[in-house]
Write a protein that binds this ligand. Structure first.
Ligand SMILES: Nc1ncnc2c1ncn2[C@@H]1O[C@H](COP(=O)(O)OP(=O)(O)OP(=O)(O)O)[C@@H](O)[C@H]1O
Length: 442
């Protein structure tokens, strides 16, 4: 789905949210506002125009604030505190109560609370993705830092006594698609202890109440689990720099994060906070300072790009040579890991397109899929001029007889030409500047 669709989808949902808001269906309006934020955030990632990005960001902030207003209203209503009904604008209007407009539906104490808590706990508790260190191409120094920060303290606790303490907070930052979340998944896979993975929507969406209590609960769980990692993806959405537009709820979440990051009043030993952002300059300064290690995750170098092509083409049948991989790496200067993954996914589909568009096929012999020692007959696409060419289409072929063509360098070159890099050199300058001032080159 192209980025234009992401934006259209976001606008469509937020229109529904506004309709529900105006109809005073505040719970549904809140849900739709939050849902639209996910789509706006995704559209933002793929948006190239700075002007459009600024507009999307402003609208996203506006809808987030409205969602938080509704959340606070719903929370207060739920707790039976009389409050002015939302008048559909961004602020509750005092005169609404004069009109008897207060929508204080007398709900009983909401039995859903516990269910929300449980569902939230399950959504943020341990996940064990199957990503090995070797699946992450390049980023050797970042991997070493993460092993030093996470693996060593668990494997060799005796080394971390007295003044030698494990790192408490590591911030991974860099352009979109460079492997920050992928590295976190590798950490989750490689460590034996508990890995908590949360995204901003977990904190804001699923809890119609004080999100900061959730942040506190999360850290308490992590401390109880001992030697655990909390991974916060897109932390800039939760802890952006202070501004007078931010809502009360955002302020409370940030304050709670600060308290927990400092381990104030709690023994937070054994908890590592790993966070990722592609907007490090948007982070609240106090939050940024509490991440002792700030590691820049850059675009991959040619060697890492070769490795990425090998990882993402994998064992799909292909005729690629080491020279071909080198050539693809040279052609993809400025591509992120995510861009290369998309190139590989497209290249892997090329043989399917060859079969779909072929007008001639021929018989070949090859090892059986069931038993490579047995040679069987297959049928595969060929050019019309081929000596054994038979004019037919794929619809006339018996499924198991088809031998799809192998991926060739031409397939890959065609895919590279259709997939453009998602990071501009202007974006890179901002990361280089941030790294010079606050970060660590790896
Ligand atoms: N270093 C890498 N090695 C192998 N694959 C990679 C690497 N970096 C990115 N990828 C591929 O790109 C996909 C997206 O990467 P990832 O989600 O880690 O990006 P990110 O840096 O977290 O991006 P964002 O900031 O947009 O969240 C991964 O699932 C993986 O398939």
């Amino acid at each position: 789905m192209g980025d234009v669709n992401f934006l259209q989808k976001a606008i469509q949902i937020v229109q529904q949210a506004t309709e529900q808001d105006n109809a005073k269906n505040y719970a549904e309006a809140h849900r739709l506002y939050i849902l639209s934020l996910d789509w706006f955030t995704t559209a933002l990632k793929y948006e190239k125009s700075e002007r459009s990005k600024a507009t999307i960001k402003a609208k996203t902030m506006e809808y987030l604030q409205r969602a938080e207003q509704l959340k606070e209203y719903l929370e207060k209503t739920k707790n039976k505190k009389p409050v002015a009904a939302m008048n559909g604008t961004s602020k509750p209007s005092a005169n609404n109560t004069k009109k008897g407009g207060s929508a204080d539906d007398d709900e009983d104490v909401d039995p859903e609370d516990k269910k929300r808590n449980d569902s939230l706990s399950s959504s943020i508790l341990t996940e064990k993705p199957n990503v090995k260190w070797d699946d992450v191409a390049g980023l050797h120094q970042a991997k070493e830092y993460l092993k030093e920060a996470v693996i060593f303290p668990i494997k060799f606790p005796q080394m971390f006594t007295g003044k030698r303490k494990p790192w408490k907070g590591i911030l991974l930052y860099g352009p979109p698609g460079t492997g920050k979340s992928y590295l976190a998944k590798a950490v989750a896979t490689e460590i034996s202890s508990t890995f908590f993975s949360i995204s901003p929507s977990d904190i804001v969406t699923k809890w119609l109440g004080d999100s900061e209590k959730l942040v506190k609960q999360l850290f308490e769980m992590a401390r109880a689990a001992n030697n655990s990692v909390i991974f916060v993806d897109e932390i800039d959405s939760l802890c952006s720099s202070r501004n007078d537009q931010e809502s009360e709820s955002s302020r409370r979440i940030k304050t709670e994060f600060l308290i927990q990051l400092d381990g104030v009043g709690n023994d937070s030993d054994g908890v590592l906070i790993l966070a990722a952002t592609n907007i490090p300059w948007g982070l609240d300064l106090a939050i940024r300072r509490r991440f002792e290690k700030r590691i820049y995750i850059p675009l991959p170098d040619p060697h890492a790009r070769i490795k990425m092509f090998q990882i993402h083409i994998g064992n799909t049948p292909n005729t690629l040579t080491p020279q071909d991989f080198k050539r693809m790496a040279e052609m993809t200067e400025g591509y992120s890991g995510a861009d290369i993954q998309i190139v590989c996914k497209d290249a892997i589909m090329q043989p399917i397109r060859t079969v779909q568009t072929a007008t001639h096929f021929k018989n070949i012999r090859g090892p059986s899929r069931e038993d490579p020692n047995v040679i069987v007959e297959y049928i595969t696409p060929c050019s019309p001029g081929d000596r054994d060419a038979m004019e037919m289409t794929w619809m006339e072929i018996d499924g198991s007889k088809l031998k799809e063509p192998e991926i060739t360098i031409n397939d890959c070159v065609k895919s590279i030409r259709t997939v453009k890099p998602s990071v501009s050199s202007k974006d890179l300058d901002k990361y280089i500047e941030f790294t010079r001032d606050y970060g660590q080159e790896v």
